[in-house]
Design a protein around this ligand. Structure first.
Ligand SMILES: [Zn+2]
Length: 187
């Protein structure tokens, strides 16, 4: 993180400091930059089975960080978005799925927030501290062939029963904790 700015972006002083895990301050020109947390969402899509069991939809990451590891659909909330709108957009972009929302119904009536954890997302040597929010949604009848994967981001999709989930294969600790919380598995 300290290598993020070697010089003050405003006056090029080498005295720029990173403090409190989030703020860059330049003593020479007064430049201040808060590297605040980024908001991110993840979604558990639960597909009810005819026997009363459920399958959960997981992605296999197609790009770094953690390529090849298990993940949930979701991503960073964009500028100008709320968490639910960001999640709805990510589901469409990442897996080509438009969650059915009744006309006029709020997204909050479809997605249920069930957990939130902090996470650190490292990309090209920059660490982003995130606030990950996890939502669940039920998708009766959803099948793998209904999904259209974003090739650059997702290499495969897995519909897993809870007992088939390998918790050592998650890309991110916060996601692993969220899935365990959803399934009421003590961590
Ligand atoms: Zn400066």
């Amino acid at each position: 993180m300290l290598s993020m700015f070697n010089f003050c972006p405003s006056c090029a002083s080498k005295k720029i400091k990173f403090e409190e895990g989030k703020v860059f301050r330049c003593p020479d020109c007064g430049f201040v930059y808060y590297h605040n947390i980024a908001a991110a969402t993840g979604c558990i899509i639960s597909v009810p089975q005819t026997d009363g069991a459920q399958r959960l939809v997981f992605l296999v990451r197609g790009k770094e960080p953690a390529v090849g590891k298990l993940d949930l659909p979701g991503g960073f909330v964009d500028v100008g978005e709320g968490a639910l709108v960001g999640l709805y957009r990510e589901l469409q972009e990442e897996i080509g799925w438009t969650p059915p929302v009744p006309d006029g119904a709020p997204l909050a009536s479809v997605f249920t927030l069930f957990a939130s954890f902090s996470n650190v997302y490292e990309y090209k040597n920059i660490k982003y501290n995130t606030c990950d929010m996890y939502f669940s949604v039920t998708a009766p009848g959803l099948k793998p062939e209904d999904l259209r994967l974003e090739q650059a981001e997702v290499s495969a999709v897995r519909f897993l029963k809870p007992e088939e989930i390998d918790f050592s294969q998650f890309a991110f600790e916060s996601t692993r904790r969220a899935v365990k919380a959803y399934l009421n598995i003590l961590d």
